[in-house]
Design a protein around this ligand. Structure first.
Ligand code: MLT
Length: 281
């Protein structure tokens, strides 16, 4: 781990650290004080989706650490994973997250994962449950891709290779946000999508397509779990989140009004309150 630059953000400082893992240098952007909470972004985004949370009252209760998964944001991947078909597997992300928890959290952390970040968080819970003090699963699911969803991943790979990242952003944005969402939030998401390398987006899509079903893990989870979903989430709808929460012993469920798939950006204040209440027990 080495310490990097700091930058001011709404009265708190963001400190950027780097953790060397198997074949990657993972960037982690931290604000606040207290026990470590690891924030894991969705596809094809990066730590910037958590900037509102880093500047919120949640930073008074936790050291909020927004990770850039390998290949995303400021994280570098030294070697491509697999020569024939580079793929960013959820288990690979989980191994990176485990390294970050060991190096920054002393072996335990609160995990907060949105969508793909939730898939990676569940992979971490499957491999190393002892590393998770608590887990917040946000606008995500435990099930694997259906056959039509796998076919849609192939179509998305063709789209990004043939027409570029703007075409991916154009296709995703209407599904990510609730109708009537702040256009500035949409603009921030577009900037993030359009700044990820095409290679990363393709490798993400393969990892999403091939990820395993984790529904069998849910009844055996022993850490406190919060499930959060936007009332109008079109990608991982409330019915699915409700069913997921029902199979996790003692899980809390929060359905956030007027939000789509990007609850932490669409309702940052309500989201910070939910996390603070959850962490307070
Ligand atoms: C995400 O937000 O990470 C993606 O929508 C996840 C997915 O497509 O399964």
């Amino acid at each position: 781990m080495d310490s990097g630059r700091t930058q001011p953000h709404r009265g708190s400082m963001i400190r950027t650290l780097h953790v060397e893992t198997h074949g990657a240098r993972i960037a982690v952007h931290c604000a606040g004080k207290g026990p470590l909470a690891l924030l894991v972004h969705g596809y094809p985004l990066d730590h910037r989706m958590w900037l509102d949370l880093l500047g919120s009252r949640a930073a008074e209760h936790r050291t909020l650490a927004a990770v850039d998964l390998r290949g995303h944001g400021c994280s570098q991947q030294h070697e491509p994973q697999g020569c024939a078909e580079p793929r960013l597997d959820m288990d690979l992300h989980a191994a990176d997250l485990a390294a970050v928890v060991h190096q920054l959290g002393g072996g335990t952390a609160d995990l907060v994962g949105l969508s793909m970040g939730g898939y990676a968080t569940l992979a971490l819970a499957a491999a190393h449950p002892q590393l998770l003090r608590t887990m917040a699963l946000v606008d995500t699911r435990a099930a694997a891709d259906s056959e039509p969803a796998r076919a849609a991943r192939e179509a998305a790979i063709a789209t990004v290779v043939e027409r570029g990242r703007t075409a991916i952003a154009d296709a995703m944005l209407p599904k990510l946000l609730a109708p009537g969402a702040d256009p500035f939030v949409g603009a921030r998401i577009r900037t993030m999508i359009e700044s990820q390398p095409v290679e990363t987006i393709v490798a993400d899509l393969r990892g999403l397509r091939d990820r395993p079903d984790r529904t069998g893990l849910l009844p055996g989870l022993r850490m406190p779990v919060l499930v959060v979903v936007g009332e109008q989430d079109a990608i991982t709808p409330p019915a699915e989140a409700t069913a997921m929460a029902a199979t996790i012993p003692g899980a809390r469920l929060a359905v956030v009004p007027r939000c789509g798939h990007m609850t932490p950006m669409e309702a940052p204040g309500a989201f910070a309150d939910l996390l603070c209440d959850f962490w307070a027990g």
